[in-house]
Design a protein around this ligand. Structure first.
Ligand code: IMP
Length: 481
């Protein structure tokens, strides 16, 4: 076993070439895994992507790992080498004895011994990880770590590009199919996850879940149903797992003999694993299920006014967790007063504060605008309930546009002599800035478009949309006429 700088160089060359090919993302990731494992003299490699909630690691490419090892269930991101998700390269000398390894028993039977893991970072955010495995005890060198980090960097560009393609396609389709949007929109043909589905109905189901922004994992776990002489003789792999609902879903087909067989397996599964929630679903059942979990209405009439979804609920949540982590780190050991301006900030503030690991108090202000001689004038209609003198204050904003509102409010807050004053905004529309306001934490920089949803309104409406979308330009124009 061993690796050298020249094998690393040749591998990077190969990875760069395949990354630029027209192969499917899954094929490219499998190829990266293979080339990486070979170059490092390792027995296996896995490229995984974090789901937007940062709860699970989903395998997008593998080499040299058995089906059983891959099907041991989704890796829990918090339990499985959490240091990698903090952005660190991690070495596990012996997986069978290390408590950081989530499935040590399976690691033992699969003869996984040493592991080297590196984070896949998109700018500063961890979006996944790459791991190599060896069967014999192995000492990874500094060159190995640096090589794996380079592979992770290439993978990040690749994964971001795939996501971008999908978003572009989504935007285009939604515009094109505007008229149908209230009904069931034309959904993009590619899925955010580079999953290969066994059946077209499964892909359709995944797209429906995507549309409703429901997290899903495809065939994440196999349940042994029957054993023969200590060996597994029969397994059942449900089609989907929906983590938010903690529910497994098996799709039904029209063939009666298959339905009978599936029902038998399901009964057996329920007997053997009573704690598992599973449903056999037809298309009609699926719509009923959505209604039951409160997804169906989704303010459909309001979506009519949205020309394009800019950030999905999952993307917003992912970003909020990263911001919260940074804020918690920066204010460690201190108490924080979060100040929000009603009403646009309600969703953002509510979600952000739940992820702060600090003692926090919350206060709100309300303002109104009225037309002055030289443009709009800001007036405070509700001031803070408690004093902020000597306190660390974090001003939470939904969106900073011209910056005039924030400028005014910051002046007001500073007059109360806080110990410190910083700003966290979910959206930054920098193109329209008229005054220079300091923004310490920014969720997303957005183009010069009018956005609604996730607390943001147009004439008081659209605040309840669970995503951020661009308002149809015609609506604003019509109003200006
Ligand atoms: P300012 O121009 O930075 O003072 O922004 C003032 C306020 O205008 C924000 O706090 C929002 O309430 C609102 N606003 C600005 N741009 C948008 C938008 O794109 N959608 C919804 N509200 C917006």
């Amino acid at each position: 076993m061993g690796s050298s700088r020249s094998s690393h160089y040749l591998a990077l060359k190969q990875i760069a070439k395949v990354s630029n090919s027209a192969f499917s993302l899954r094929k490219i990731c499998n190829s990266i895994a293979k080339t990486t494992a070979k170059a490092m003299g390792a027995n296996g490699c896995r490229v995984s992507l974090l789901d937007p909630q940062k709860e699970y690691l989903l395998t997008v490419g593998t080499h040299g790992l058995s089906d059983l090892y891959l099907r041991k269930g989704p890796l829990d991101a918090h339990k499985s080498l959490p240091e990698v998700l903090d952005g660190k390269v991690v070495v596990i000398p012996d997986a069978t004895k290390d408590e950081r390894v989530q499935h040590p028993k399976i690691a033992e039977t699969q003869r996984v011994c040493s592991i080297l893991g590196a984070p896949i970072l998109e700018r500063e955010e961890v979006i996944g990880e790459i791991r190599v495995y060896t069967r014999e005890p192995h000492q990874f060198s500094e060159a190995d770590k640096s090589f794996l980090t380079s592979v992770a960097n290439i993978s990040a560009v690749l994964l971001e590009r795939a996501e971008l393609h999908q978003l572009l396609e989504k935007g285009y389709r939604v515009n094109e199919e505007q008229a149908k949007l209230v009904q069931m929109p034309q959904l993009p043909t590619t899925s955010l996850r580079p999953t290969e589905f066994a059946h077209p109905s499964e892909e359709e189901f995944a797209r429906l879940l995507d549309f409703y922004r429901i997290e899903w994992l495809y065939e994440p776990r196999s349940f042994p149903l029957r054993w023969k002489g200590g060996e597994i003789a029969e397994m059942f792999t449900p089609d989907f797992y929906l983590p938010e609902l903690d529910l497994y879903v098996e799709l039904t087909t029209l063939k009666q003999n298959l339905i009978t067989e599936k029902n038998r397996k399901l009964r057996q599964l329920k007997e053997l694993y009573p704690e598992i929630k599973i449903k056999l679903l037809s298309k009609g059942d699926f719509h009923k299920l959505l209604a039951k979990y409160g997804y169906s209405p989704l303010g459909e009439a309001k979506i009519e006014g949205v020309s394009r979804i800019l950030y999905s609920h999952s993307q917003i949540q992912r970003r909020i967790r990263t911001l919260a982590k940074r804020i918690s780190h920066d204010y460690a050991g201190q108490r924080l007063v979060m100040v929000g301006i009603l009403k646009g900030v309600v969703c953002f503030l509510a979600d952000l504060m739940q992820h702060l690991s600090l003692p926090v108090t919350v206060d709100f202000m309300a303002i109104s605008y009225y037309g002055g001689d030289d443009g709009q004038v800001v007036k405070i209609t509700k001031d803070l309930d408690s004093s902020i003198t000597g306190q660390h204050v974090l001003m939470i904003e939904d969106i900073v546009d011209t910056g005039m509102t924030l400028n005014y409010v910051l002046g007001h807050l500073l007059a109360h002599n806080p110990a410190s004053l910083r700003v966290c905004t979910l959206l930054d529309k920098g193109a329209r800035r008229l005054t220079n306001v300091p923004l310490d934490y920014i969720g997303f920089e957005i183009p010069d478009e009018f956005v609604v949803g996730y607390g943001l309104d147009y004439k008081g409406e659209y605040r309840n949309l669970p995503f951020i979308g661009i308002l149809r330009a015609e609506l604003i124009k019509e109003d200006k006429l």
